[in-house]
Design a protein. Structure first.
Length: 300
């Protein structure tokens, strides 16, 4: 069982090591951060080395490095493939720190939702009342935003009163795509296109020539055709050729990013030869993120 002083030394060592790019940390640097006597730190380091929590590095550039056991003793998971999960304060990314763990501590309480954020790196510049955002995390793109309402310097934990929690499933567009896709032939008349859009209740569809996607025709194109007396032309004459085509293994998070940047409401899915495979709309993406059918909204 570690003493409170040993835990504080280990946490400080890990914090400094996190931002040192793998360099060893001198005992004097730990003492300065903790505002303690360097001799006290050296004595404690001997005990921590005997517990295999710290390893010493000899030489003029030597010092101390935490072992894997040190991370485990403080309940910090670590691996060679760990991703950096950033923290932003007032919209600015905090350098030298990363989130190691997020725990929601008051989920059953309807009036509050607090999260305990375990941080790797120094939290001295994060104070009570600061507005922060955390993430995205790997896999599920979890993001948390809120106000710092507590800070535990001993265990390097921030207590955050959350106001926004967002998570995007790790599915692909292929998992949620509509496969029975309505399409237009390139020589389809404007009247036929209008009838198909009306009957199917859609606002656009891809245009196909010789089995390949060559464009997209939308309600906007239809309105422009009528407004400019071009009802006698074909879909191929008036379609947009600036088509956003994606592969079916595109992640939902990336699909949302593409839609926002391109200001479009649908993504056409095709193989490498431009053969139509499906379509994903903005509504499909919203349904996949909110998943309201499986998790209904609590209104009371």
């Amino acid at each position: 069982m570690l003493t409170s002083v040993q835990k504080e030394i280990l946490q400080t060592l890990i914090n400094l090591y996190q931002s040192s790019n793998g360099k060893s940390i001198k005992g004097e640097d730990i003492a300065e951060v903790m505002n303690r006597n360097p001799g006290t730190i050296r004595n404690q380091m001997q005990s921590l080395r005997s517990l295999s929590l710290v390893k010493g590095v000899p030489g003029p550039r030597g010092g101390y490095k935490p072992t894997i056991e040190a991370y485990h003793s403080l309940n910090i998971s670590v691996s060679d493939n760990d991703s950096i999960v950033p923290i932003y304060k007032n919209g600015t990314k905090m350098e030298g720190i990363s989130v190691a763990r997020i725990e929601f501590t008051s989920v059953p309480q309807p009036s509050e939702c607090e999260a305990a954020i375990k941080v790797l790196g120094s939290i001295k510049d994060l104070n009570l009342g600061d507005e922060i955002s955390i993430g995205p995390t790997p896999v599920n793109n979890l993001g948390v935003m809120g106000t710092i309402v507590g800070r535990d310097d001993m265990d390097n934990i921030l207590l955050v009163d959350t106001n926004t929690i967002r998570s995007i499933p790790k599915k692909t567009v292929g998992d949620i795509a509509s496969r029975n896709v309505v399409s237009f032939s390139i020589d389809c008349s404007i009247k036929e296109a209008a009838k198909k859009l009306s009957e199917k209740g859609i606002d656009g569809a891809p245009v196909i020539k010789n089995g390949k996607i060559v464009g997209v025709f939308t309600l906007t194109d239809l309105v422009n055709a009528i407004a400019n007396d071009k009802e006698d032309e074909t879909v191929g004459d008036l379609m947009s050729t600036d088509v956003v085509i994606v592969n079916e293994d595109l992640k939902i998070a990336n699909a949302i990013d593409v839609m926002l940047k391109k200001s479009i409401s649908r993504l056409i899915i095709a193989d490498n030869d431009n053969n139509l495979l499906g379509i994903v709309t903005r509504t499909d993406l919203i349904d996949s993120v909110t998943n309201l059918k499986q998790f209904p909204i609590i209104t009371n």
